[in-house]
Each structure stands twice: as structure tokens, then as C-alpha cells.
Design a protein around this ligand. Structure first.
Ligand SMILES: Cc1cc2nc3c(=O)[nH]c(=O)nc-3n(C[C@H](O)[C@H](O)[C@H](O)COP(=O)(O)O)c2cc1C
Length: 312
């Protein structure tokens, strides 16, 4: 019997789609497997490249998980899928608005319920909070997360912070100013690794046996968690909702006042990140020495699909 794999995805520049295509190439070559794509389309498209006010203006809604309106997806495509690939990118340390909106929808409840799901992210380097949010949605929907794949930018954190801004706000797809590396996952990593992950998926789909998939993907290096980035994300996870609350507090503020707050925030946030990053980097480097067991436990947890629901 022919097996059906459905990719649910949203992408702005096409970077995520390229990672998906390369990963699924081995599946598309199989006559026993069909691969179908379902793209999420916000009714009001997000801009690319982003303007300053649009970018920082999207922060509060994204962090607070406010859904945007999406065109309905064709549910018949999902109904008889053997495996669903949920391909998304993090925005502001949580799920990007289009994918987050879909996961909150009744269509997701119907379409993903009882399904095997593999998540695939392509981003700068901070996806673990977003993935925890995805895990929570999948658990609520009673879908079964069976594997995860993460393509990230391997440049040092502050370098990729500059290049991601040039990419998403300047639309610069090559080397920024001719001196910075190209933003995104490396082509050589994609060429070397994506087909290996795809081969793991082929085996799992053909045998309908998903319980070893996450370990096989991990053995091929599909999920690498850097402890320093994990520590930094942990701080952001606490601070971002506070910033979002500051931007949205006093719902009766006039549009002009709200715009003013966003503009101030857009100047203060990058400055804070630039100042705090080196400090947090040092703290993050020290953490494995201070509490090595805890760090190892956390890294291992975030590499896996198991979900530890946080209390409180
Ligand atoms: C509004 C916004 C916020 C982002 N926040 C993050 C983030 O928190 N972590 C991260 O690793 N990448 C972040 N990125 C980068 C994206 O995950 C992604 O790499 C980039 O937008 C290209 O994705 P695309 O396939 O949609 O074009 C952000 C991008 C945008 C536009």
C-alpha cells in the first residue's frame, strides 16, 4: 500500500522549504511513498523583508500566542496521512504566528489527532522554547511526536544575530557587507545531512514503525543542543513575556502611544541583547562546571521528543 506523507509548513523566504525539500528527497524517490505539501497562508501576509515597526510590532502578539487569521487548509489532505511533517520556524523564541495559529485551530485538532508527527525547524539557533510549545500543542491534540530535525545557523551567536537582522529586515540573502557569513544553515551541512535524515524517515514510513525514529535521527546528528544557547534561551523565555506585557499593557492606549512603545522597544531590545549576550555567554560557559549533571540532563531532554509539562 502506498504511504502518504504530508508536509504542513509556512515559509517567508523559502529557506525552511529548502530544508524540507532536501530532507524529503529520499522519500520522493520511493514509489511506495507520496509526499504532499500543505502551505499555511495568513489572510494578511506577513511582510518580507520586514520593516522596523512591523518586525517589533509583531513581537507582543507572537510571544503571547495571539492567532492570526489563516486561509483554511484542505483537511482531506491530512485525513489519511501516515506521517505529518510539521515544518516551522521560531519567531521571538516561540512558534511563528502562522504555525502557532494553525496549532490552535480546530482544523489542527481534527487533522493531527492520532497522527504521527515529525517536527522540522530551520532557523537562526534558538528553537527549544518554540519546540516545547509545539510539544504541548501536540500532546493536547493527542498527536504523537516521533522525531525532530533542526537546521540552524552555526555562526557564533552575535554574528548570526547581525546576519539574521540583515536577512529578515534587509532581505540580504548573501554575505552582509561582504564580510559577514551568509545567514542560515550551511549548504554543506544540508547536502551532507538532509538525505541521511530522509533515509531514516523512509525506513520508518515504509515499516510504519516510528518508535526508533528519534534515536536514529539523533544518531545522525539531527538535533544538536548547545548548552550556552540553551541557557540564553532560558533567560529570554522569562524576559520576553514581560516585554510583551509592557507593550500591551493599558489596552486603552492610543495607536500613537502603542507605536511609540514599539519604537522604543525596537531600540532597547537589540541594545539589551548586545549588552547581555556576552555576559550570558560567560554564565552559560560556566554552568557546565557549576552543575554539569543538570546541564547534561537538560541538553538530553531538549534533544528528545518527550514532553515535561512545566508546573506553574
Ligand atoms: C519575526 C522573526 C523572529 C525570529 N525569531 C527567531 C528566534 O527566536 N530564533 C531563531 O532561531 N530564529 C528566529 N528568526 C529567524 C527565523 O526562524 C527564520 O530563520 C527566518 O525567518 C527565515 O525563515 P523562512 O523560511 O520563513 O524564510 C526570526 C525571524 C523573524 C522574521
Amino acid at each position: 500500500m502506498i504511504k502518504k506523507v504530508v508536509v504542513l509548513y509556512y515559509t517567508q523566504s523559502g529557506q525552511l522549504k529548502r530544508a524540507v525539500d532536501a530532507t524529503l528527497e529520499p522519500l520522493r524517490r520511493q514509489s511506495s511513498i507520496t509526499v504532499e505539501y500543505v502551505q499555511l497562508n495568513p489572510i494578511k501576509p506577513f511582510p518580507f523583508p520586514w520593516g522596523f515597526m512591523e518586525f517589533f510590532g509583531a513581537f507582543a502578539d507572537t510571544v503571547q500566542g495571539k492567532p492570526c487569521e489563516l486561509e483554511p487548509v484542505d483537511e482531506s489532505q491530512l485525513s489519511n496521512a501516515d506521517l505529518i511533517i510539521l515544518a516551522y520556524q521560531p519567531w521571538f523564541l516561540t512558534i511563528s504566528q502562522p504555525m502557532h495559529s494553525f496549532l490552535q485551530s480546530e482544523q489542527a485538532e481534527r487533522g493531527l489527532h492520532g497522527k504521527a508527527v515529525v517536527t522540522l525547524v530551520a532557523c537562526r539557533n534558538m528553537w527549544i522554547n518554540a519546540q516545547e510549545a509545539v510539544k504541548a500543542h501536540l500532546q493536547r491534540i493527542e498527536a504523537s511526536l516521533v522525531g525532530h530535525i533542526a537546521f540552524v545557523d552555526r555562526a557564533p551567536n552575535l554574528i548570526s544575530l547581525i546576519t539574521v537582522v540583515a536577512y529578515v529586515m534587509g532581505g540580504i540573502k548573501g554575505r552582509f557587507l561582504g564580510i559577514f557569513p551568509k545567514y542560515g544553515f550551511s549548504e554543506s551541512e544540508l547536502n551532507a545531512k538532509a538525505s541521511q535524515y530522509g533515509a531514516c524517515l523512509v525506513q520508518a514510513v515504509e515499516t510504519a514503525e516510528y518508535k526508533n525514529l528519534e534515536d536514529q535521527l539523533l544518531q545522525h546528528g539531527a538535533v544538536q543542543v548547545a548548552s550556552s544557547l540553551m541557557v540564553m534561551e532560558g533567560r529570554g523565555k522569562i524576559l520576553f513575556p514581560l516585554y510583551a506585557r509592557f507593550l500591551t499593557k493599558n489596552g486603552s492606549a492610543s495607536p500613537g502611544q502603542k507605536q511609540f512603545r514599539v519604537a522604543i522597544f525596537g531600540i532597547v531590545l537589540p541594545m539589551l541583547i548586545l549588552v547581555l549576550s556576552p555576559i550570558l555567554t560567560v554564565v552559560a560557559w560556566l554552568m557546565p562546571f557549576i552543575s554539569p549533571d543538570k546541564m547534561n540532563r537538560e541538553v538530553t531532554y531538549y534533544q528528545h521528543v518527550a514532553f515535561r509539562k512545566e508546573v506553574g
